[in-house]
Design a protein around this ligand. Structure first.
Ligand code: THU
Length: 310
């Protein structure tokens, strides 16, 4: 994914804005499940410049906090499948010919408004910047807030992205915290775990397992069990998924889903529970799927009195 960020004002935002913008954009792209590598352009500017852009492009003669310029005309917001035919017919209009990435559009943000609005809402400038980026990303995915119903959908989505990233209103800095993982996300985790189970390497037990973890960044990592002729060198699906996430730089995992080929609830083994407790908080979510329904536990229910600090 390519994120081009231009800083075009003398006003210092006093934040690691590149990191915040990158995390929110990547989190949003993962959240909607965009199937393509994508490109987004972001310009940080001041009230005078955003006022000009607002006047020139929207005929609104005042400064604003954020302007969004989506490149894609969605049939249904966030639905890329429905656009497949249009993409195939005219790829040049949608994909950057140099990189092959889907051009989602442009975001312009006024740094002055970030300061003004953070102060009036009583939250951090980090939260305000992240909020504006998440909001704008939803516009780049075709969501809008003209009607009350669509506004509710859009607000819920942008808030969910921010919650996933741990950028909440009362704490600009993210810490290990319990986060309510939505039912939608749990379903996505189960679906991902089922999909990866197909790759299980289980010639000795014939017992195929799939797992999917949701990381703090909003990304989902999957893993299957990988057996070994020595038996002891076998790696469980849960640890495969967790190790993939950690080796990509993740340190906080919010939830895990586990499925097996028997269609019955598969409880994670003791070693996997211990590994989970290294990267998941006590009240993080463990979702176990079966043919007869889903069971849900917190990690501390599955691993009470765990070994903690030494
Ligand atoms: N297995 C997992 O992948 N996860 C669990 O939580 C329990 C067991 C795998 C390991 C082995 O390949 C097979 O299931 C039979 O024990």
């Amino acid at each position: 994914m390519t994120i081009n960020i231009e800083y075009e004002t003398d006003i210092d935002i006093k934040l690691d804005y590149e990191d915040i913008i990158t995390k929110v954009i990547e989190g949003s792209v993962d959240y909607v499940g965009c199937p393509y590598e994508a490109e987004v352009n972001v310009t940080l500017t001041d009230n005078a410049s955003i006022h000009e852009i607002n006047r020139d492009y929207r005929e609104v003669d005042r400064p604003t906090d954020v302007l969004s310029f989506p490149m894609i005309d969605y049939v249904t917001p966030g639905d890329f499948d429905a656009l497949q035919d249009e993409f195939d017919m005219d790829p040049g209009s949608y994909f950057n010919p140099d990189t092959g990435e889907l051009m989602l559009g442009d975001i312009v943000i006024s740094v002055e408004k970030v300061f003004e609005q953070a102060e009036s809402y009583g939250h951090s400038t980090k939260r305000e910047l992240a909020f504006l980026v998440a909001h704008s990303m939803m516009h780049l995915f075709g969501y809008d807030h003209m009607e009350e119903d669509e506004a509710k959908v859009m607000e819920a989505k942008q808030e969910e992205v921010l919650t996933m990233l741990g950028i909440t209103r009362d704490d600009g800095e993210c810490a290990r915290q319990s986060i309510a993982v939505s039912d939608d996300l749990k379903k996505r985790l189960i679906k991902s775990a089922k999909a990866v189970m197909k790759h299980a390497y289980a010639p000795y037990s014939g017992f195929k397992v799939g797992a999917a973890v949701l990381a703090q960044s909003g990304k989902i990592y999957t893993g299957c069990n990988i057996e070994n002729i020595s038996y002891g060198a076998t790696n469980c699906a849960e640890r495969t998924a967790i190790f993939k996430a950690v080796s990509e730089g993740e340190r906080e995992l919010l939830a895990i889903a586990i499925v097996s080929c028997k269609g019955e609830i598969t409880y994670p083994c003791g070693i996997c529970r211990q590994v989970m407790s290294e990267f998941m908080s006590k009240d993080s979510t463990v979702v176990l799927d079966s043919d007869s329904g889903v069971k849900e536990y917190t990690l501390s229910e599955l691993l009470p009195h765990s070994f903690d600090k030494f």
